[in-house]
Unconditional design. Sequence first.
Length: 314
Amino acid sequence: MDKKVSVIVPVYKAEKFIDRCIRSIIGQTYENLEILLVDDGSPDRSGEICDLFAKKDKRISVLHQENMGQSEARNNAIKKATGDYYVFMDADDAAPSFMVANLLHYCEKEGSQICIGDFQVFTDEFTYEDAECINNNAQVYKGSDIIPLMHTVPGEKYVVMWGKIFKAELFEGIEFPKGRICEDLAVLYKLYDRAEKVALIDHVVYGYYRGNENSSTFSLSDRFYRDVYVALDEELAYVAEHHPDMICYPAKTYMYWLFDEYRKLFNKKSDKARRKDLFNRYCQMYKKVAPLKIDKFYHFFRYAPGVYCMIKNG
């Protein structure tokens, strides 16, 4: 297989982890790689460590930029990328040596534009018995059929860029939103919708490190809620135009985050006006999820939000 794969890694305050991440990339069994490390104005030694690796491996290019966030780091890497496929990693994560080989194998075998693998959470060191699983069968979906899976439980692997491989052509005209977090959620439904086929494999191809305090998902801030609502508003508008029968799925996810923020404000006994706004938006979304069978808490919260929060916290 002579396809070139661009591996894109935004790097910010990752000096404790970046060595592990890079070593897992250069140790891939599939060697036709272009490794793009984007130093996003990191104030620690992250950029220096990336430069040291680039001197040892000609496949590595390091882009140094002012701190602009992960979205712009990825956008700038894509502008430079020359691969037939893209793989995204986070700087604190790691991958088994067969990640690229397996993902690429199933894309080529199934004629799919995206392949999605499974992941393993780790909090110390990532250890996984290396084994290529190219003789297993993949489930193949029409691309748009993955959109509902983004809004199921467990659906985490469908709403992140990592643990996947993408045909480069899917990104034509698509950029990660500048200055926002939750950027994966903002682009993935468009990429899925563009794909004629998506292959799903059920074995681990990625190690997700859960423990980095600098990660944007380590704690849920006001900014997180703001940006996730923007992403979901955009998805609702997109789905309403292209797949109106699927609108109940992003609406359900929207309801979950509205409830989550409401509950946190309720616990603090703060910002009644904000809670009222969240509840009104929740009621609007409630009408959209009628086609779905949803958990009882969605109904309970709709008619007795305060009581439900007290029971939930009791």
